[in-house]
Write a protein that binds this ligand. Structure first.
Ligand SMILES: [Zn+2]
Length: 187
């Protein structure tokens, strides 16, 4: 980082701290900043008080297609798209969108962890994932790229039968999410 200005370096450190606080794995930080691995490990320990977990990110695109993750991923990506369309820089938009998502779902352990949200953005960027418009609610939902989507119906409008067994409280929350997804679409 010797070539970079102090302001650049400070901004990168700030981003790294923010990402660590939100639960980022080391691989996210290594990809999105130019800070050395050794410094990132040190930073991680300072912020979280523990060493970063080891190992590769196990995520595949399939996880985003399962029922509940798909709703959460679609909600998060709606926030992200809206911010990007307003000209917010990529990583700023990412962090903001993730904070919106956390505020919205209000859970201690969100379905979509930050590293998964980041993986989602990367899958879109490498065109492994795409969006489909639900024919019933007209919300936008995450699908595999290059799959037919003209008659797509989302997981809220057509939940799998096992989802019918979940609590009414959960259902109410999904309906909230649907309204939010629509607001994102119209916003
Ligand atoms: Zn729908």
């Amino acid at each position: 980082m010797s070539q970079k200005s102090l302001v650049d370096e400070l901004q990168q450190l700030q981003l790294a701290v923010e990402l660590i606080e939100l639960g980022a794995r080391l691989q996210v930080l290594e990809t999105e900043t130019e800070i050395s691995r050794a410094r990132l490990v040190k930073l991680y320990k300072e912020v979280r008080g523990v060493s970063p977990p080891k190992g590769m990110l196990p995520f595949s695109t399939d996880w985003f297609m399962t029922w509940q993750p798909n709703l959460h991923a679609s909600l998060f990506h709606g926030f992200y798209r809206r911010l990007r369309s307003q000209g917010v820089p990529r990583m700023d938009a990412f962090v903001k969108a993730y904070r919106f998502y956390l505020e919205h779902v209000g859970e201690e352990e969100p379905v979509l962890a930050l590293t998964r949200a980041w993986t989602l953005v990367r899958f879109f960027e490498s065109e492994l994932l795409d969006l489909a418009t639900c024919q019933t609610c007209t919300g936008h939902f995450v699908i595999h790229a290059h799959t037919p989507s003209h008659d797509y119906v989302c997981g809220i409008c057509q939940p799998p039968s096992r989802a019918g067994k979940t609590a009414a409280r959960r259902k109410a929350r999904e309906q909230d999410m649907q309204r939010e997804a629509l607001a994102v679409k119209l916003g």
